[in-house]
Design a protein around this ligand. Structure first.
Ligand code: 8ID
Ligand code: ZN
Length: 350
């Protein structure tokens, strides 16, 4: 063990589904045989954390629960079976805490789709704490020397956005639409898309127009709050519709619109998970225009490494605001009101 590890620590705990969010003292966990003990320095807050707290998805959570799944920190301990990790390495806690590595989906590297997946901040205590354990096989390897506050959002928002962009099949020079461009996933998605050579159309509220247009630098922007006909406006701005769309908003309406404005032969990727939503697409239109509608769920270890590599090379930088660990509830409120540009990252020492 590299540093003096305390017996107790500060954590943010959800007492029950949609119940009290408590900032309190809890024991520091002991790593199991194949687990790392990570001193979490910073944790991002993802929209998924709100659904995990509420328990509003058809996948039960484990409560009481330490939330969070974008934790960036330093390895300070490990179990006896851990190999290829060293004390002092930078490591990340991501959504997929562990998977079975034995099923047909794991064999195909579709690790998040494993039926035995254990999820950080959902079915396993996550990154809203100062010290967290992570499965040594799944923990993200964060390159040394990067800023850990900026690295934190890459562990979910970055990996998810990058994997979804690959799922569109869009190639350099073609248009990609990013619906929800000013949010956590959207902000990094715009930058990955640019680094991949795509032309980028961002869709979000007028409040985020300056941020998405000037700070993130999209090629075109549609304000869904004032545009009367979003479908026509998107088609017009992209000369017939984007070749691929990633839906990273939390709006069911926006998802349905994307099936209408995507270019003929284009690919609609579903990422955002508004509780209880259904995609409604015209069968006639989907057939005659031969569009594809696909889901994309975080990413596997390779996607994670690639997403972190873009970040470490300075091609992608998540615009962050830094708050305190105890601010989780406040950040949830800001996020639900659509008031956050990019990501809120929490300093666990405060
Ligand atoms: O693996 C996955 N599929 C995965 C991974 C991580 C997160 C899925 N998610 C899901 C989350 O659970 C959430 O449903 O992706 C969604 C987005 O997460 P986020 O980026 O963390 O949320 P955010 O920061 O609140 O951003 C949402 C953006 O959507 C905009 C908002 O203004 C905000 O900028 N938005 C909304 I609400 N309605 C819109 C609309 N009609 C819209 N943008 C365009 N059109
Ligand atoms: Zn997330």
């Amino acid at each position: 063990m590299s540093e003096d590890i305390p017996k107790t620590q500060k954590a943010v705990v959800y007492a029950s589904d949609a119940g009290k969010i408590e900032y309190k003292e809890i024991p520091v966990p002991t790593p199991g045989p194949n687990e790392l003990l990570i001193h979490v320095k910073y944790t991002g807050v993802c929209h998924t954390d709100i659904d995990a707290w509420r328990g509003d998805w058809p996948l039960p959570t484990e409560k009481p629960l330490v939330g969070g799944h974008e934790g960036a920190g330093v390895v300070v301990g490990m179990g006896r079976d851990v190999q290829y990790w060293n004390i002092g390495d930078y490591a990340g806690i991501k959504w997929l805490y562990s998977c079975c590595m034995q099923c047909e989906f794991c064999e195909e590297m579709a690790e998040p789709n494993c039926p035995h997946a254990v999820l950080s901040g959902y079915t396993h205590n996550g990154s809203f704490q100062q010290y967290a354990v992570a499965d040594a096989t799944q923990a993200a390897r964060i390159p040394k020397g990067v800023d850990l506050a900026e690295a934190a959002p890459i562990l979910c928002a970055g990996v998810t956005a990058y994997t979804a962009l690959k799922t569109t099949g869009v190639i350099a020079g073609q248009w990609v639409g990013i619906s929800g461009a000013g949010g956590g996933l959207g902000s990094v998605a715009v930058q990955y898309a640019k680094a991949m050579g795509f032309r980028v159309l961002g869709i979000d509220s007028g409040e985020k127009k300056d941020y998405v247009t000037n700070d993130l630098g999209v090629d075109a922007f549609i304000d869904f709050t004032t545009e009367k006909d979003v479908v026509a406006a998107v088609k017009n701005a992209t000369d017939g519709g984007p070749h691929g769309v990633i839906n990273v908003s939390t709006s069911n309406t926006a998802i349905n619109q994307s099936t209408e404005y995507v270019r003929t032969l284009g690919v609609v990727v579903l990422v955002g998970l508004p509780a209880g939503s259904k995609v409604v697409a015209s069968v006639f239109d989907s057939v005659v225009r031969s569009i594809q509608i696909r889901g994309s769920y975080v990413g596997n270890r390779r996607d994670t490494a690639e997403a972190l590599d873009f970040f470490a090379r300075g091609l992608v930088k998540c615009p962050i605001k830094i708050g305190k660990l105890r601010d989780v509830e406040e950040v949830f409120k800001l996020m639900e009101a659509g008031k956050i540009n990019g990501r809120y990252v929490l300093d666990t020492s405060k």
